[in-house]
Design a protein around this ligand. Sequence first.
Ligand SMILES: [Zn+2]
Ligand SMILES: [Zn+2]
Length: 141
Amino acid sequence: MPTLTGGCLCGAIRYTVDADIKELRACHCTNCQKGSGAGGSVNAMLPSAAVKFTKGTPKRYTGIADSGRTLHRYFCGDCGSPLYSQRETTPENLALRIGTLDNPGPMKLVAHIWTKSARSWDHMDPGTQQIAGQPDAPPAK
Ligand SMILES: [Zn+2]
Ligand SMILES: [Zn+2]
């Protein structure tokens, strides 16, 4: 399995991924729209241990996600590329912004989440799973 590599736009942050990524998930939540400056984010859900930063340290912005959870968003402090996000309560996993990979290879978008806030220009393949909000939201208190 070839090691995947990636980094931010300016090159200040570099990382490797030791995992075989096949399936991706798009998030259309309003926070991902603002954070990306686009329609949302496309992510690989990975164990945090699979991603190693080999150069630089991402900056962190912590906010309340549309799900109500506290979410850390990591990005390059120099060029602003979003790199990954991580829930405060599950540091063992992260959502890698897949557009920062150098050599993504064959990967498939299998699910869209937060479709209820998707922008009008977003086309979603009807063959993918589509979820209106958070797929694994905790029960409302
Ligand atoms: Zn950068
Ligand atoms: Zn999102």
